[in-house]
Design a protein around this ligand. Sequence first.
Ligand code: GLA
Length: 690
Amino acid sequence: MIRTWHLEDPQQSLVLASHDDRLPEIIYWGAALPEDEDLTSLAQACRADVTGGMLDRAPEVSICPESTQSFPGEPGLIAYDAKGRPLRPAFRFEAEESDDNGVTLVYADEATGLRYRASFALDPRTGLISARAAIESAEPITLHWLTAPVFPAPQLADEMLELSGRWCGEFRIASTPWQAGQRVRDNHTGRTGHEHFPGLILPARGATKTSGETRAFHYGWSGGHRMVAEELPDGRRQIQFGHASGSEPQPDTRFETATLFSAFSQEGSNGCARVFQRHLRHTAPQTSPRPVHYNCWEAVYFDHNLSELQEIASRAAALGAERFVLDDGWFGRRDDDTTSLGDWQIDPRKYPDGLAPLIDHVKSLGMSFGIWFEPEMVNRDSDLARAHPDWLLGPEDQIEGRQQRVLDLARPEVRAYLFEAIDGLLSDYDISYIKWDHNRVLPAPDAAQTRGVYDLFDQLRKAHPSVEFESCASGGGRIDFGILERTGRVWLSDSNDALERLRIQHDAALFLPASVTGSHVGPRVCHTSGREIDIHTRAWVAAQRHMGFEMDPRELTDTEAEVLSTVTAWWKANRDWRMRADILRLESADPAVIAELQLAEDGQRFVVFAGQVTPSDQILPRPLRLSGLDPKARYRVRLINADETSHLSRGTPALKAGAVELSGQALMGQGMTLPWSFPERIRIIEGERL
Ligand code: GLA
């Protein structure tokens, strides 16, 4: 007997089929099937052949491949009973529950007493598919591996794209060829990690940023993930995502995966990026309109002085800042990073009258006030660690990270302590923003820690619904859709080097919209790269995303301050549509140019950022082809920073002289001829549909 289930929208179909009540497999995920497609015939047509050297039936690549089926690859579940004996269920259909957007399937195995649940949902607003799995047992079991429902990987594809990275160099795309065997990523750091963004992009052969069939995945979990992308000996391919191995050290009667988010598009990786970006634009809890940010970290570090901070706040406000964030250094005796994490009491040496004099000043300037915490962490040199040495995770002789250790957030009393400390400050003062940091890896992965921190976030958000949170972990070490259910902004990187940032922002846009992506104008000489970068470039790169400043504004010359004020005013004038725009990464014919187009939700306007990172190999700029426009419509395009064009641009491309009117087809098919540019500069082109 064949059962089928169909999730569909105008762009895509996802079809599940099962034979004889066994677990189903995704037999089709791609462009929308016609309404009258016979899914039973499709299931029959998809059945694999059998030949020599294999079993008498090819076991399904089911949503949870079973070793009882002699599955020739990674099984979906690896679990043991209380005596350490492997549990090998052969699940059979028990029940299903459907609603408008999805289906939950329940399967049971009599011999082991295990029950398996998988749910799939397709969000009609975005086209995003969410899938989760859970396993239940009457008796406690030990879980080694549970995958979120398995997706097939396309056959007409030669490579997979993952995102690796490092501190100050997040979101680096790495390509791996498909070949027989497994590509495994297992992140043992206990947090999402700079190194292991939980995403995977599967372009079909020939797909690019702007065209071609592409599938993409994201595992929405902040505790570290495991990914298996496998080509079986018979050539079929499967994608598994779950918690990192070792994440569930304790036996239990129920385990579940986080949500695996999936997107399909025929418009290249941009099509998938648009789905992920739209999801976060709808769901990330954030204040709107997005206020221009000021963060004092790179201005003062731990050296807090009230009158200096007041002066900095005044100058930041004059430049256009609307939110002032007091970073690390305000609590305990935190004069450097060796001490005081955990002691969340205001330092009376730095703030003898509490935070009121600073907050009142900030508010008198029309700005809101935010503050930094690193709740999960503790220095051994702190009153908290001295009072509760048993609250610290990991062995006594562990290697520390930034001289700090991790608190055990699985313990309710630890969460209660942290809740009280943070809630106390939020209740005493008018604070509407918390930058929540996480500056070291865990001594060992533990899903209970992640569940604990989610619970703490949820309690605080319930008690203070108007407070917005930012996720930071030495920059972009904790960016994922799990944390983004609780935070409205991520600190993408500790690199305020505008050129590095341009690249990181470009690649992070595969998943992140502008509204959640923090980007700050850093000091003239970048603190993490030593590079001196022009204020125009620093300002425009920050203006690509959720804009802020982080330098000491007292270092700005009058000219620099003027440039920054002008770009900030432009940012504010355009934020309403831009914070809801789709970011489309452009194919640049010139590898020295990184370019993107931000397209308004209604398609009526756009802006292109074309960054000339290094000098080009060839003499003249190569035309830049746009994307996402209506080929038949006409657009008026204008280089809005023509005044920044170098004197070495001596010709007369039309864009230099003023607005140009062209069809979408011309802009996408031929592209725009840009004026010649110095390296390390960025050209900004606005477009309006006529
Ligand atoms: C981390 C963050 C920085 C800053 C410092 C404070 O490194 O990424 O932005 O908040 O901590 O100690």
